[in-house]
Write a protein that binds this ligand. Structure first.
Ligand code: 13P
Length: 287
């Protein structure tokens, strides 16, 4: 069922667990994540970056593929199709293409401009019943060639954006996209605590879910995080399983070169990673 992320995240915040956003790159990724969500009876959010949207031949291709797959696979758990780190133009395109949720990342604009653009999108999304994620304070690391410095968000600015009526709010708390460096200082729980005190019931979003230790994930959830984004970790498990298959020479045995065989270990690896995260985030059985 393709739905907005509002209800699933409101329930998650009240129930003190988090719903995973898993980024998709192609058909195998999408199928693996949808099937795992159904098996685990968990709500799920499919994330699409602007780069991945382009790679998959545009947002309409993605939206139509996801809707058809939900139908053909008989997926009954709540699924949100969400633009990840969208530009203002990208958000509008995804709304037109049939996404059920968008993120407008205005964190690189001065706060006044972030507020102005976010406000306009709140109006559009509310009218259409879509969920909207906004961001304050950039998230470190690289994504689609954009490198963020990874600053902690100003809790007062978070409150200003939350008050615009967004569905969920991503705030930088020392988190980074991709692998964490050896000398990473960890998440700033003081910042998270201050943000949650000011924003109350607003579901908070933790980006950069790859490689955050389990105890920090649990603490973040206890302080109001109800959506956690994971991308790199699925890519790493897919690559590792595919490498193993080829290094063992399995593509050279029989019809092992058939893409349906060649991509199968990577597909299973994504499923295992998604299952592990759903267990850690506490969303299993919460559909
Ligand atoms: P990772 O690639 O670090 O898991 O981050 C994913 C993310 O935050 C997508 O917005």
């Amino acid at each position: 069922m393709l739905v907005s992320a509002k209800e699933m995240l409101t329930k998650a915040k009240a129930g003190k667990y988090a719903v995973g956003q898993f980024n998709i790159n192609n058909l195998e990724w999408t199928k693996a994540i949808l099937l795992t969500a159904q098996e685990q009876n968990s709500p799920v959010i499919l994330g699409v970056s602007e780069g991945a949207g382009k790679y998959m031949c545009g947002y309409k291709t993605v939206a139509d593929m996801v809707k058809a797959m939900i139908d053909e696979l008989g997926i009954t758990v709540p699924v949100a199709l969400h633009l990840d780190h969208g530009s203002y133009e990208g958000a509008k395109k995804c709304i037109a293409a049939g996404f059920s949720s968008v993120m407008f990342d205005g964190s690189h604009y001065p706060i006044e401009e972030n507020i102005e653009k976010t406000k306009e999108l709140v109006g559009i999304c509310n009218e259409l019943g879509l969920s909207l994620e906004a961001e304050v304070g950039s998230i470190g690391g690289e994504e689609d060639g954009v490198v963020g410095a990874g600053e902690c968000a100003d809790p007062n600015e978070c409150k200003m954006i939350a008050d615009l009526g967004v569905t969920m709010l991503a705030a930088g708390i020392g988190n980074i996209h991709g692998k964490y460096p050896e000398n990473w200082a960890g998440l700033s729980f003081d910042t998270l605590d201050a943000i949650q005190q000011l924003t109350g019931d607003m579901p908070l979003v933790l980006h950069g879910g790859t490689g955050i230790p389990a105890d920090m994930i649990q603490k973040a959830i206890s302080l109001g995080v109800s959506k956690i984004n994971v991308n790199t970790e699925c890519q790493l498990s897919f690559a590792e399983a595919t490498r193993k298959y080829i290094e063992e020479g399995k593509d050279l045995q029989g019809k092992g070169f058939d893409p349906r065989k060649l991509l199968a270990p990577g597909f299973e690896a994504i499923k295992a990673t998604v299952k592990e995260k759903m267990e850690l985030f506490g969303s299993v059985g919460k559909a």
